[in-house]
Design a protein around this ligand. Structure first.
Ligand SMILES: [Zn+2]
Ligand SMILES: [Zn+2]
Length: 155
C-alpha cells in the first residue's frame, strides 16, 4: 500500500496529495532559499513528478536562475503566496516539494544540510546529520533505491 499524504497552501486554494515516500529531503541554507522562504533555510523534499497529484486549484509559477546555473520554476499559491514546489532543469522528472505545506509534517527529517557556509550562525545542525558547505553530490548522499527510482524516470 502506498502512503498518501495530503497538503496544500495556507489559504486552502491549492491542495495536493503526495503519493509514496520521497526520494530525499534536505535543508538548504543558500541565500536564495533564505529569500524564497523569508526564513533561515528552505526544506526541499525531492519526489518523482508522478508522486504529486493536484486535487484543488492551480498554482502560479515564476522563474529564476539558481546559483548552480539551473533554471528553477517555482510554484506558489496565487491567492496566499505559499511556496508549494519547484522544478529544476538540473533534475528532470523530479519536483522539489516544500514539505511544510503537508498537513502532517512531523514524519520526516532532513537527511542532509547543504550550503551551510551561508547558514545563520544560530542554526545548529544535528551531529548525526550530514552537512555540506555548498552543494552535495546526490549520487554519494541519496539512498541507492532513490537514485534508481529517479534514474528510471529520466532514462
Ligand atoms: Zn493559498
Ligand atoms: Zn537553497
Amino acid at each position: 500500500m502506498t502512503t498518501t499524504r495530503p497538503g496544500g497552501c495556507a489559504c486552502g486554494a491549492v491542495r495536493y496529495l503526495l503519493e509514496g515516500d520521497p526520494l530525499f529531503t534536505h535543508a538548504c541554507h543558500c541565500t536564495d532559499c533564505q529569500r524564497l522562504t523569508g526564513g533561515a533555510f528552505g526544506i526541499s523534499m525531492i519526489i518523482e513528478e508522478s508522486q504529486l497529484r493536484r486535487t484543488k486549484g492551480q498554482p502560479m509559477s515564476g522563474e529564476l536562475i539558481a546559483d548552480s546555473g539551473n533554471r528553477k520554476k517555482v510554484y506558489f499559491c496565487g491567492a496566499c503566496g505559499s511556496s508549494l514546489w519547484n522544478e529544476s532543469s538540473g533534475r528532470p522528472g523530479a519536483l522539489t516539494l516544500k514539505p511544510g505545506t503537508l498537513d502532517d509534517n512531523d514524519w520526516f527529517k532532513p537527511g542532509a544540510h547543504i550550503w551551510t557556509r551561508s547558514k545563520q550562525p544560530w542554526v545548529n545542525i544535528p551531529e548525526d546529520t550530514a552537512s555540506y558547505e555548498t552543494a552535495y553530490d546526490a549520487s554519494e548522499v541519496w539512498p541507492k533505491a532513490s537514485l534508481e527510482r529517479l534514474q528510471a524516470k529520466t532514462d
